[in-house]
Design a protein around this ligand. Sequence first.
Ligand SMILES: *Cc1c(COP(=O)(O)O)cnc(C)c1O
Length: 424
Amino acid sequence: MHEYVNKREYKRESCQALDLADELAPLRDAFHLPEKVIYLDGNSLGARPKAALARAQEVVAQEWGQDLIRSWNKAGWFDLPARLGDKLAPLVGAKAGEIVVTDSTSINLFKVLAGALQMQANQAATANRLVIVTERSNFPTDIYMAEGLTAWLDRGYRLRLVDAPEELPAAIDKDVALVMLTHINYRTGYQHDMRATSALAHAQGALIVWDLAHSAGAVPVDLHADGADFAVGCTYKYLNGGPGAPAFAWIPGRHQETFRQPLSGWWGHATPFAMAPQFAPTAGIRRALCGTQPIASLALVECGLEVFARTSMQAIRAKSLALTDLFIALLESRCAGHPLNIVTPREHERRGSQVSVAHPHGYAVMQALIARGVIGDYREPEIMRFGFTPLYTRFVDVWDAVDILKDILDNKKYDVTEQRVAVT
Ligand SMILES: *Cc1c(COP(=O)(O)O)cnc(C)c1O
C-alpha cells in the first residue's frame, strides 16, 4: 500500500492526485450519492449501494409479488440471516456458521448478554459474580439494555461504569461476570485494544462482549485472534445495509453449544415446523434467532456486503487512515486560530474511521455545514462528527469539506440560536 498523504502538501490538486492513485476509487461508482453533497455521515447511515434499488424491486415485485409464500424456500428467505452472516464473517474475523444477521443491535445485545450471564451463572467458579463492567461513555442503548436485562433478572447484578479506558485493568476483578465494551466509541472515535482487553477479562475469569457498531466495515477486526467471547454490530452504518437494517450477532463455535438466550422464538427451534409445544434450541448459530425476519430489509444488506467482497479490510483501513490523517492535517493548518478541539486519538491504533471535533458552537456550525452540503452530525456535548467511509469518500471531498468549514468559521456564518431538530 503506497503512502497516501504527504503532510506538507496542502493543495486541492494534491488531493486530486491522491484520488487518481487510489485503488479503491472505482468502488465509489457502486453507490448512489446525491449531487452537491459531501457525505461524511456513513458512520450513522451508510450511503445506498446502487444495486439496492434493483434488489428491492426484485424482492417486492418478484419474490413477494409473484412467488409469494414459495419464496421462503425458492428465494432462500429462510436461510437469509445465516447466509448473510457468512458473507459478513470475513470482515470481522469470524468463521462460517458463527454470525446471523437479525433483529437490532439493541436486541442482539440483550440476547448475547443474557446468554453470557447465564453461562457464568452455570459455572461454580463464576456463579457468584454480579458485576458487569462497561464505560459511562458507551452508546446509551448498550447501557440501557444491560440495565433492563439485569433489573428483569433480579439476581443482584450491578453495572460498574468506568470513566476512561485506563481504568479498565483495576475495574476488571474477580467480581466481574462480564465486560461489555463498544470497540470504537461512537462519540470520540476512540478504538479499544481488543486483544489486550479481552485478555484482561479472561485473566480474571470474566467473559467479554464487544459491540462492533462502529467497527464492522470500518476497521479490520479479528474476533477469534483477539479472544472475544461474543459480539454484536450494526449493518446500517459502515456496511451500508439501509436505514434500520437488521444487525448481527456473533457466537463463536466454542460457545454455541452452551449458549442459550431468553428470546426463544420458533426461529431458534431445532424443528420449527414440527410445531412442538416445547422449546428445544437448534444446534449452531440459528439459536440466536427469535422470530420471522424482515425479509425486504434483510435482503438489502447483501448489496452492501457485495461491495466489500471486491476489496479487503486492509485496503479500506489504509485509505481510512489516510483520509482521517488528511482531515486532521487540514484542520490544523487551515482552521488554526479557531477553538476546534480534535477529540479523536492521533495514534492510528486508537482511532476508528471518524474524526470528532469539539467546538463551543458545534451544533450551529454543523447545521451551517449541512446547509452547504457537507453532511456530518452532532453529538452532545459540542462534538461535530465526521465519518470517513473509504468506499465512497474522495480525498478531494476532505479538502472541500475543510474549505467550507473554514469559510463558515472565518466569517461566522453560523446561527447560534439554531433550534435542535429531533435527530441530530
Ligand atoms: C449505532 C449503535 C447502536 C444502535 O442500536 P440500534 O438497536 O440499532 O438502535 C447500538 N450500539 C452502538 C455502540 C451503536 O453505535
